[in-house]
Design a protein around this ligand. Structure first.
Ligand SMILES: [Zn+2]
Length: 68
């Protein structure tokens, strides 16, 4: 399954999520505030390590919430 990056419209949190192609088209739930208004970003996979705010995006997990 592809890894997509999302950004929450409500709290601005970014997170990555492994979703099926079908799921990718629907809104994803934000792990920070629970809102389902997160939108898919154009950047996929390769840009993850370059994103600033690394404290909230863990390169070793797909959820981005473990904060290692
Ligand atoms: Zn949120």
């Amino acid at each position: 399954m592809p890894l997509y990056e999302y950004e929450c419209r409500d709290c601005g949190r970014r997170f990555e999520k492994l979703v099926s192609f079908r799921e990718a088209k629907s809104a994803q739930e934000c792990p920070g505030c629970g809102s389902r208004s997160a939108r898919k970003l154009m950047s996929v996979v390769a840009s993850i390590r370059k994103e600033e705010g690394g404290a909230s995006s863990c390169p070793t997990c797909t959820s981005g919430v473990c904060n290692l």
